[in-house]
Design a protein around this ligand. Structure first.
Ligand SMILES: C[S@@+](CC[C@H](N)C(=O)[O-])C[C@H]1O[C@@H](n2cnc3c(N)ncnc32)[C@H](O)[C@@H]1O
Length: 222
């Protein structure tokens, strides 16, 4: 996800699986954020961050029984659907965007419209995954559209992540784990610190560098 990000055509990852193509090959032909706002944007399209998160989580869980999985901010449902397919897990998605919930249901996920994990009872999930809106808001620019909701994590880029961290432990069952996509644009150390403050231990599973940012998938347990 970058402010120059745009919808990506599926590519073959060499294993016969269709995944979003990597960032560099698209950099030249991506429309700018401003251009995208002129489009009829309704739901965040699966992008390199989505693919990185889905790949890291499926690899981590492939030999486990993940149990009940929540995909927070499910968007198109891409991450949740990949997890369901790879692990056989029951996956439910949550999103504030009603059209995202519709798209996730089209991928055979259960989907609940709501704010982060608030709709769910305590201890409901063994695994929580989230590719949150994480870019810092542009100075002095206030947009109010679904694209902004999908990509912007408030002034610091961490506001949605910090709200998630505050309630994450409640919905995780004992022994559960959460997987969080973070970016250098968000401040990885600050997110790790926030997770540690909430009593999680944190490991970085994978990093990937793209123009303008490095993405990391964090695994949180407690
Ligand atoms: C970066 S997109 C990720 C979409 C999808 N998970 C993926 O990886 O392709 C972030 C998603 O979070 C959703 N979102 C933003 N704020 C939210 C909130 N407070 N509660 C639930 N979903 C939220 C957005 O609508 C968007 O679908």
């Amino acid at each position: 996800m970058t402010r120059d990000g745009g919808e990506e055509e599926a590519a073959d990852d060499g294993a016969g699986e269709s995944v979003p193509p990597s960032h560099p090959s698209l950099a030249d032909r991506r429309p700018s954020l401003a251009e995208r706002r002129g489009e009829d944007f309704s739901v965040y399209p699966a992008s390199e961050d989505s693919a990185l998160l889905a790949g890291a989580v499926t690899e981590d869980l492939v030999d486990a029984d993940p149990g009940r999985v929540l995909d927070v901010g499910t968007g198109s449902g891409y991450v949740g659907a990949r997890l369901a397919e790879a692990t056989g897990a029951w996956v439910v998605g949550s999103d504030v965007n009603p059209e995202a919930c519709r798209q996730a249901r089209d991928r055979d996920l259960d989907a609940v419209r709501g704010d982060l994990v608030t709709p769910f009872r305590s201890g409901a999930f063994d695994v929580v995954v989230c590719n949150p809106p994480y870019l810092p808001a542009q100075d002095g620019v206030e947009w109010d559209d679904w694209f902004e909701v999908a990509v912007t994590g408030g002034e610091t880029g961490r506001e949605v992540v910090q709200r998630l961290l505050a309630d994450l432990g409640r919905v995780l069952a004992p022994g559960g784990a959460a997987y969080l996509l973070v970016s250098t644009a968000t401040g990885v150390d600050a997110v790790v610190e926030g997770a540690l403050d909430r009593g999680f231990s944190v490991v970085a599973l994978v990093d990937a560098s793209f123009p303008g940012e490095t993405l990391t998938v964090l695994k949180l347990v407690r």
